[in-house]
Design a protein around this ligand. Structure first.
Ligand code: ARG
Length: 456
């Protein structure tokens, strides 16, 4: 059964048929397609286009088709071009010619946009759940060694002491924003296109608001031409996925470093590590590398669909059939990845001793400058003076904290006996107590805020 055979004098070329077919991937939309069609049948009855018994026959027949899909009994036929054709073909086999009334006033253009939006709404909900759980795992593991000091890095060079909790939470907030972007993508998808026809609108008095409510949409589209061609929601979904992937990749990259023997800050559980086929001693962080590696396809899907959409003339064009696979793959990729990362974090061994051992007194050079500021020296000048002290210590092969007072006083008379107190990591951490800082007290408040945000 073809939905458009009447006007052709020949069979479609077989290779074109294969190229044109989208059933191999849009079969995933069977639930949404059937739900949308049931709602459409009811709306047609409501509008007086179908009789109640006709609508009922359609709704019940569609329920039977759904059952076949769910039971794995659905058999695609060679002519099934896409999910819409397949469902209607099977419906016709089941209930006879009345099935031919279902497509009254509707086009596959508004139908596929409706199906796809329904799918994206659910996908956003699913991914939000996974992101939520990963963020929860980060919170748990942040809390455990909340106040453990560790080196903080900029340019991957030791910069200033921070706490483990602070570092872990620095990966929590991006995930929370990702959750927000998934919510926004869901909102963008929640506009009903059904009732737009092929492009000009439907010729029947359909109550689109009621249709939207029945299908769980927040509103209805305002312009039928826009409605059948708008894929902004798909791009917003892909952007949310790509950026989420970027965040996962950054977390993964640093975890890979931290789990190396050179750092040794963390150790992956054996259940979340893999081995080498050649080197018996190896324990590899494959899940983290996959997190880093899979971002390539997520970003690729976004730029791919952006490119597909660029330059499309008005309303529906077949190019739009290319919209689904990138989203399906982005969804599958993240749904496979996110729970593994949550498990990896929950079983991760953290080694506060190794982190503390990596703290280097030179990381307190800023605090030494602040000490001079406390003695009335302008910060710029203090920075310069401490720089000289660092150079002197380096030349002697000593730590900056090992310079005796006379040597320091030669650099600046402002140095005094109390300078020794600067080289206390705990005190340095505690000083950074302003909101968002690394002081244990501030991090405790941050943790509370994170908990509240996650619950919201
Ligand atoms: N399989 C098509 C898609 O995914 C359905 C819409 C077909 N519309 C059309 N005018 N040929 O986009």
């Amino acid at each position: 059964m073809k939905l458009w055979g009447g006007r052709m004098s020949k069979e479609t070329d077989e290779l074109l048929q294969r190229l044109n077919a989208s059933l191999p991937f849009d079969i995933r939309l069977y639930r949404e397609d059937i739900r949308g069609s049931q709602a459409w049948a009811r709306a047609l009855a409501q509008a007086g286009v179908l009789s109640q018994p006709e609508a009922q026959a359609l709704v019940e027949g569609l329920a039977q088709v759904l059952q076949e899909f769910e039971a794995g009994d659905f058999q695609p036929a060679p002519g099934d071009e896409d999910i819409h054709t397949a469902v209607e073909r099977r419906l016709t086999e089941l209930i006879g010619p009345v099935a031919g009334k279902l497509h009254t006033g509707r086009s596959r253009n508004d139908q596929v946009a409706t199906d796809f939006r329904l799918w994206v709404m659910r996908a956003c909900d699913d991914l939000q759940g996974d992101v939520q759980d990963l963020a929860q795992a980060l919170l748990e593991r942040a809390e455990e060694h909340l106040e453990a000091p560790m080196p903080g890095y900029t340019h991957l060079q030791r910069a200033q002491p921070i706490t483990w909790g602070h570092w872990m939470l620095s990966h929590f907030w991006p995930l929370l924003r990702d959750r927000g972007r998934l919510r926004q993508a869901r909102t963008a998808a929640g506009v009903l296109p059904l009732g737009s026809g092929a492009l000009a609108g439907t010729s029947y008095p359909i109550d689109r608001q009621a249709l939207a409510r029945e299908l769980g949409f927040d509103s209805v589209s305002s312009n039928s031409i826009d409605a059948v061609s708008d894929r902004d929601f798909a791009l917003q979904f892909l952007f949310a996925c790509a950026l989420l992937g970027v965040h996962l990749s950054r977390l993964a990259e640093q975890m890979i470093l931290f789990s190396s023997a050179e750092f040794g800050f963390v150790e992956l559980d054996d259940a979340y590590s893999t081995g080498s086929s050649l080197m018996p001693q190896k324990k590899n962080p494959d899940p983290l590398e996959l997190a880093r590696g899979k971002v390539g396809r997520l970003v690729g899907h976004l730029s791919g669909l952006l490119t597909t959409l660029k330059g499309l003339p008005s309303a529906y064009d077949k190019d739009l059939q290319e919209d689904k696979e990138p989203l399906f793959d982005a969804y599958d990729t993240l749904r496979a990845l996110l729970p593994v990362l949550a498990g990896l974090l929950r079983t991760l061994q953290v080694h506060p001793g190794r982190m503390a051992a990596a703290l280097d007194p030179a990381m307190l050079a800023t605090d030494l400058a602040d000490y001079l500021v406390g003695k009335g020296i302008p910060f710029r000048q203090a920075h310069e003076l401490v720089g000289r002290a660092v150079r002197l210590a380096e030349a002697r092969g000593a730590g900056i904290h090992e310079l005796e007072l006379p040597a320091l006083r030669e650099i600046s008379a402002a140095f005094d006996e109390d300078v020794a107190r600067v080289f206390d990591v705990e005190a340095a951490l505690a000083r950074r107590g302003a909101e968002g800082g690394t002081a244990p007290e501030a991090v405790r408040r941050q943790l509370q805020a994170a908990r509240r945000a996650l619950a919201g």
